[in-house]
Ligand binder design. Structure first.
Ligand code: HAH
Length: 346
């Protein structure tokens, strides 16, 4: 009897998150090259079957000077994915953050013309997408081009200021030319806000109608224990799926704080404890999210977490530098949290 119980138990613990969801969608994680060794690598191999580079493929890190690419980190991640037969998502080809210094200016420090900037975008996209052709199956081509404010539409980034809206369609065209088999995504956060959801929908619909090669929408999924709610999550998935596009949750985490989208200083006495109350709220939010994901499995092709465990998460430093967060399914010692066991119980 004891033997039977032990056997069942060890089978259960041998299974990883990806195995529970093998009939649903791939389960991914965003990593740094440093995470691909030791205990963290073991955790990644056990639970995930898809990888995204957290930073290594962004324009700043990978293309630091106009005539210099830095492939080290990106190549390491691509090699690890290949070795372990994991899928690989590319993130991201055109974004307003983490851009290299040289990108928007000429040698006098003045903004370049639209023609020059589009040429630079094309060179960048062609080089990066070609290098990982056949290895990266999906790219976040344009990231966060829509404004949060309900009364605005396009984000007033330097891309937009210099090129106007055209840079968005161009980015997709350049990527498609470099790898016609790659699935091309528009990716954004705060997609459960009704106005931002509507604006992203308008943008994507317009691109589709213009014949731009776009195949999917990435809902980042930087959520909180305080929201979004079930109806909002369902509405976003349904809305983008209704365009005939693939939908993925590309950057999932569930913060223990209220959502904020701008950096700020830490307030005096601002707490950063993962209390039992917050833990319980997080369990409920993760349960809700994965219940919806399972229900929507015909629309969803991938769920990716943004970082591996609570030991290190970008949310420890955003929006507040040095305020500890606990947004993932594995704790600071790489152990599955209670929320994990709820997510795999179905
Ligand atoms: C994401 N932005 C980015 O897509 C990802 O590349 C980065 O590593 C972390 C989060 C989310 C975001 C933001 O950049 C600014 C304000 C709010 C949310």
């Amino acid at each position: 009897m004891i033997l039977v119980v032990t056997t069942v138990y060890s089978q259960e613990t041998e299974k990883g998150l990806k195995d529970y969801y093998s009939n649903y969608f791939s389960i991914g994680v965003a990593v740094s090259p440093r995470a691909l060794q030791g205990a963290e690598a073991d955790l990644i191999k056990k639970h995930f079957n898809s990888l995204t580079a957290e930073n290594a493929m962004k324009m700043g890190p990978i293309h630091p000077e106009e005539n210099k690419y830095n492939w080290d980190g990106a190549d390491k991640i691509a090699a690890f994915a290949k070795e372990n037969k994991m899928k690989l998502r590319g993130h991201t080809l055109c974004w307003h953050n983490q851009t290299p210094k040289w990108l928007f200016t000429d040698d006098q420090g003045k903004n370049v013309t639209k023609e020059v900037l589009l040429k630079r975008l094309k060179d960048h996209i062609t080089t990066v997408v070609s290098r990982y052709k056949g290895t990266i199956y999906a790219w976040d081509v344009v990231n966060e081009a829509i404004e949060d404010a309900p009364d605005k539409f396009y984000r007033e980034s330097l891309w937009y200021t210099i090129c106007g809206e055209e840079y968005i369609a161009k980015a997709f065209e350049y990527a498609h030319e470099a790898d016609p088999n790659a699935l091309l995504f528009y990716n954004d956060y705060n997609t459960e806000s009704s106005t931002k959801r509507e604006n992203i929908y308008k943008l994507v619909k317009k691109l589709l109608e213009a014949g731009v090669p776009i195949h999917g929408v990435g809902l980042q999924g930087h959520w909180s224990v305080y929201g979004p709610n079930e109806a909002e999550v369902k509405a976003s998935i349904d809305k983008f799926a209704s365009l005939g596009l693939k939908v993925q949750i590309t950057e999932l985490d569930i913060s223990i704080y209220q959502l904020e989208h701008s950096r700020r200083e830490r307030r005096a006495n601002e707490p950063d404890q993962f209390t039992p109350e917050l833990e319980q709220k997080q369990i409920e939010q993760y349960k809700m999210a994965f219940k919806v994901f399972r229900e929507k499995k015909n629309s969803l092709t991938g769920i990716t977490f943004w970082n591996v465990s609570d030991k290190n998460t970008w949310l420890d430093n955003f929006p507040v530098q040095g305020r500890k967060n606990y947004p993932l399914l594995f704790d600071i010692n790489f152990q599955p949290k209670k929320a994990y066991w709820e997510v795999v119980k179905f």
